[in-house]
Write a protein that binds this ligand. Structure first.
Ligand SMILES: [Zn+2]
Length: 151
């Protein structure tokens, strides 16, 4: 092998956030159990809490492959950074936007100096923009069957 390739590999290794150079799930993506796990992640992302998905994937792999060296953070990194499957990214984005909309929603109604309940126009505008983005994603998901493929 060319020496330059080793230098590039080394740089990649140092950039890894988990400190592990190889993700077990990516390294075995064609293996039966990795296929099962990735399918489970894709189908569960719009339906389950991320923490539960991460825990179940971790437990499945740890039970079957005790030497895989995959920790819960490794599973989380695999979902967030390695899987670029649209259903996974769309579900992540929706979850983020819905969380933001929830935080904005409680700031829409406020009190003026006299104690009257009034609408905070700025937060109302932001809230409606975020809701509109959420609806756009649902529409795009409907059209492309990107989101809920098994419905
Ligand atoms: Zn991975």
């Amino acid at each position: 092998m060319d020496e330059d390739i080793f230098i590039i590999d080394d740089a990649t290794h140092h950039m890894s956030t988990s400190g592990d150079s190889v993700c077990w799930l990516c390294d075995h993506y064609n293996h039966r159990d990795a296929v099962i796990v990735n399918k489970f992640i894709v189908e569960s992302m719009p339906k389950m809490q991320l923490d539960i998905i991460v825990r179940q994937v971790y437990q499945y792999i740890a039970r079957k492959f005790p030497n895989a060296g995959l920790c819960e953070n490794g599973v989380r990194e695999h979902i967030h950074q390695h899987l670029l499957i649209p259903q996974v990214k769309v579900a992540e984005l929706l979850r983020d936007l819905i969380s933001v909309s929830g935080e904005l929603r409680v700031k829409v109604m406020t009190s003026d100096d006299n104690g009257n309940t009034v609408v905070d126009r700025h937060n109302m505008d932001l809230y409606l923009k975020v809701v509109s983005q959420i609806m756009q994603i649902y529409k795009a998901g409907d059209n492309s069957r990107m989101l809920f493929q098994d419905n």
